[in-house]
Design a protein around this ligand. Structure first.
Ligand SMILES: Cc1ncc(COP(=O)(O)O)c(C=O)c1O
Length: 390
């Protein structure tokens, strides 16, 4: 009889994997399910990106293994994106490492940077892969709370000194998943100082920095002067350029860390499919005006959701960025039972906050990843459900 390894206690099937089976069962009974659960963009990338992919795929020389670091033009394209989006100079040769999606790099970085018994500091609620990477490396995880009273910014000084002594790596993520909170450059600056004082590697997950509304611009943590001495930032085209299935991302920052992660990856994977990378370079260097138009579509959906929640007197704030609206469940519910009952009775799928850690209990994450008519219909169903069940 097969016995899984002990470490599998940390690697239970992810919520979205088991949700798939439940959704299939409901659909087989004729349920018209509206999914606002996953953070997967529903819109396609711009046509010039797809054209570059198909053209490259037609070339006979495009099908072999590629180096893990991609080719020079790709790394230069990441540097170009950082220059344009954040006014930053990054060295494409020493400070950029392409990844097979940022999840891959986030999961693997601790293998390159954390020794068994060392502590990884991660937000609660937060993206679950921060802890999974720590467990893979035999590290320990210490969660620090994000709560609405502090606008979901952590109180880093409250991390116990005994934990800090053993800590190696600190994760931040703004615009934030799941809370949609944003952070200022001043906060990032404090975090860089904190990392320096405590000899921590500061990792910033910048997945949502280019999904912003109402004229807001989300900073890169690397905009803090001197940040590259202690930081690495994970960036991805999944959300910024509607390319979640393409698995194109990069680690950008401290050259020694980049070298180490690269070395590890040469043992683990064999790079990307070249046409994907050529199209990714086109995505980052070509016309960016379409991103504004795409963000405006998310903004409209956001307004529909926020307005509907306000009418129901459900507490939420108006997100300036990310793909999410985060709200407290009405009194008398837990987040888990609210999401489960809403799915069963109203056929609307949202994500209970507990999926992101115990700090998410009592909250729901709604993804703005369906056409506005679907979002309107979902909010009508949610309104009816709330009136009937509270
Ligand atoms: C905060 C955060 N980081 C990283 C990722 C992973 O993105 P990628 O598609 O680049 O692996 C996600 C995906 O949902 C995310 O929400």
């Amino acid at each position: 009889m097969f016995q899984p390894a002990q470490r599998m206690q940390f690697f239970q099937e992810h919520y979205f994997a088991s949700l798939g089976a439940r959704l299939a069962a409901l659909r087989s009974q004729g349920g018209d399910i509206i999914r606002l659960d996953e953070g997967a963009p529903d819109l396609p990338p711009a046509p010039h990106i797809i054209e570059t992919l198909t053209r490259a795929a037609g070339r006979p020389d495009a099908h072999s293994y590629q180096p893990q670091r991609g080719f020079a033009e790709l790394r230069q394209a990441w540097a170009e994106m950082y220059r344009r989006a954040y006014g930053l100079m990054v060295d494409p040769e020493l400070e950029v490492l392409p990844l097979l999606g940022s999840k891959e790099g986030i999961a693997h970085l601790p293998l390159a940077a954390v020794d068994p018994g060392q502590v990884v500091l991660a937000p609660d609620p937060g993206y679950v892969t921060y802890s999974r990477g720590a467990y893979l490396a035999g590290g320990e995880i210490h969660y620090f709370p994000l709560n609405p009273e502090r606008d979901y910014l952590p109180d880093l000084q409250a991390i116990p000194p005994g934990i800090l002594q053993r800590a190696r790596l600190l994760w931040l993520n703004y615009p934030n998943n799941p809370t949609a909170a944003t952070a200022s450059l001043d906060f990032f600056s404090e975090a860089v100082d904190f990392a320096r004082q405590n000899r921590l590697i500061l990792c910033h997950d910048a997945a949502y920095t280019q999904v912003c509304f109402d004229g807001y611009r989300a900073p890169s943590l690397l905009e803090v002067p001197g940040a590259k001495e202690v930081c690495v930032e994970f960036n991805t085209l999944s959300k910024s350029h509607n390319m979640a299935g393409w698995r194109v991302a990069a680690a950008i920052g401290n050259p020694a860390l980049i070298r180490s992660l690269h070395s590890l990856k040469t043992n683990l994977d064999s790079g990307h499919f070249r046409p994907v990378l050529e199209a990714a370079a086109a995505a980052m260097t070509g016309d960016q005006a379409w991103l504004q138009e795409r963000n405006e579509i998310y903004r409209q959906r956001r307004d529909v959701v926020v307005q509907a929640l306000q009418q129901l007197e459900i507490k939420t704030s108006v997100p300036k960025a990310s793909l999410y609206v985060w709200f407290r469940v009405p009194p008398g519910h837990t987040g888990d039972d609210f999401a489960a009952a809403l799915l069963e009775r109203a056929h609307v799928s949202l994500t209970p906050g507990s999926v992101f850690g115990s700090g998410g209990e009592g909250f729901i994450r709604l993804s703005l990843t369906a056409p506005v008519e679907k979002v309107e219909e979902a909010m009508r169903r949610l309104g009816k459900f709330v009136k009937e069940n509270t």
